[in-house]
Design a protein around this ligand. Structure first.
Ligand SMILES: NC(=O)c1ccc[n+]([C@@H]2O[C@H](COP(=O)([O-])OP(=O)(O)OC[C@H]3O[C@@H](n4cnc5c(N)ncnc54)[C@H](O)[C@@H]3O)[C@@H](O)[C@H]2O)c1
Length: 393
């Protein structure tokens, strides 16, 4: 619609409001904690954005957040409901709350006709994911899930390699990884408490590994899951004392610090996944995508910022010789903020909102990511394999 002088909003076939390119997108931020800082820093670089409101459950936190980030004039609210009720002009919200409230905030925003950039993980259960998708469908709005590595050129190379067909038929994937000592408590305990985080290492970092490989292979549907979860480190007071944190964090710890899953995917593909916040090991292994013609090794990575410590390698056989091809790493200029995957995550969402386009990271894919995590939780509880059944939304 560039160059046309249209009304501020126009209805598109999808029912979404297309926003006049000359008009600023009015944005609100729900949850003004750690990751909200990364969102606001991107919005502040964008001349077509106006941050008009913010909400946080903790009194004074949203006000302090805007002050810290040099934003004046944004109105502050004590929760997402009061903000969305009082701000009918909002075009979009970033939902940066802890995992537990992702679904309720996203559903309420969509019902209010507001486009949503929802932080990962999408939510905490498959049932919630389906409810979000129902609200999305009814609203005709865009909801994109905050998997910024999708926008990183090295991560995109993984999909490009798979799409090239060089690997042949993919039949086995190993992914995950994690940290030797890295239970996240930098700003408190919202990641480790059951009533805020609900899921631990899987919701924090495991969902990225899953997205990295599932996106590369076209997000086949998960069929069955055998899962395991444990919390040997998080329940140990000594672990937190070593970090100079209160030993009582071990009492508050109510999520998993390690999880593993063996997943059958549609198309005869096996996914072998494990993720740790803490372990007596450097890494449980690289990501590998094995195919009938070649295999790809992706050196152990946390994925979240798209970084690879070492280049990827393709293993194959040509004329009876076993060959290894190193895939050169793509340089991402750290001095150019617009090259950061965090910038691109927000920008691609806003472009979709403005143009009435599709969500860059759609719920239809991330439903499967969530279903695997939820499947691991449920299978671990009952101690046997479960079938994943997903109704049409
Ligand atoms: N994409 C990334 O790189 C990345 C990085 C870190 C965290 N995250 C994700 O972001 C989310 C938040 O993480 P964080 O570290 O910022 O957490 P945090 O605990 O620092 O902040 C969350 C804030 O949300 C507020 N909140 C919760 N429910 C609310 C509601 N209904 N209305 C208003 N405010 C509400 C809380 O009071 C809290 O201040 C998590 O789901 C996490 O997985 C993503």
């Amino acid at each position: 619609m560039a160059g046309e002088n249209l009304d501020a909003f126009k209805n598109t076939a999808s029912g979404n409001k297309e926003i006049d390119a000359s008009k600023k997108v009015k944005v609100g931020i729900i949850g003004t904690g750690w990751i909200a800082g990364a969102h606001i820093q991107q919005y502040l670089q964008m001349p077509d954005v106006e941050i008009i409101a913010g909400a946080d459950l903790i009194p004074g936190k949203a006000e302090a957040f805007f002050k810290e980030n040099g934003v004046t004039g944004a109105r502050c609210y004590p929760d997402h409901v009061s903000m969305l009720d009082a701000e009918p002009e909002l075009d979009a919200v970033s939902i940066c709350t802890y995992n537990k409230t992702h679904a309720e905030c996203a559903i309420y925003a969509l019902k209010k006709g507001v486009n949503v950039l929802l932080e990962k993980p999408m939510c905490v259960t498959t049932e919630e994911a389906l409810e979000i998708m129902k609200a999305e469908k009814e609203s005709g709005k865009i909801i994109s899930i905050g998997f910024q590595p999708r926008l990183d050129p090295n991560m995109q190379k993984i999909k490009a390699i798979v799409d090239s067909g060089v690997l042949g038929k993919i039949y086995y994937i190993q992914t995950g990884g994690g940290r030797r000592h890295g239970i996240p408590t930098p700003f408190g305990t919202t990641f480790i408490q059951e009533d805020t985080g609900v899921i631990g290492a899987m919701g924090d970092i495991g969902c990225y590994s899953l997205d990295m490989v599932l996106n590369a292979i076209g997000y086949p549907k998960p069929l069955t899951v055998t899962g395991y979860t444990s919390n040997f480190f998080g329940k140990d007071p000594h672990y937190f004392e070593m970090d100079g944190k209160p030993a009582e964090y071990a009492d508050l710890f109510g999520v998993e610090d390690f999880a593993a899953g063996f997943v059958r995917l549609e198309g005869g593909i096996i996914l072998d996944f494990r993720i740790a916040w803490a372990m007596h090991l450097d890494t449980p292994g690289d990501t590998i995508i094995m195919g009938s013609k070649a295999s790809l090794r992706i050196p152990s990575t946390e994925c979240w910022n798209g970084e690879l410590d070492k280049p990827m390698v393709i293993y194959t056989e040509v004329a009876g010789s076993q060959l290894e091809t190193v895939v050169p790493k793509i340089f991402v200029d750290p001095n150019d903020p617009t090259q950061s995957c965090f910038y691109k995550k927000v920008r691609s969402f806003l472009d979709a909102v403005k143009e009435g386009g599709k969500a860059p990271v759609p719920t239809s894919q991330i439903l499967y990511n969530q279903a695997i995590i939820d499947g691991i939780v449920k299978s671990a509880k009952i101690g046997k394999e479960i079938a994943i059944e997903l109704p049409e939304v």
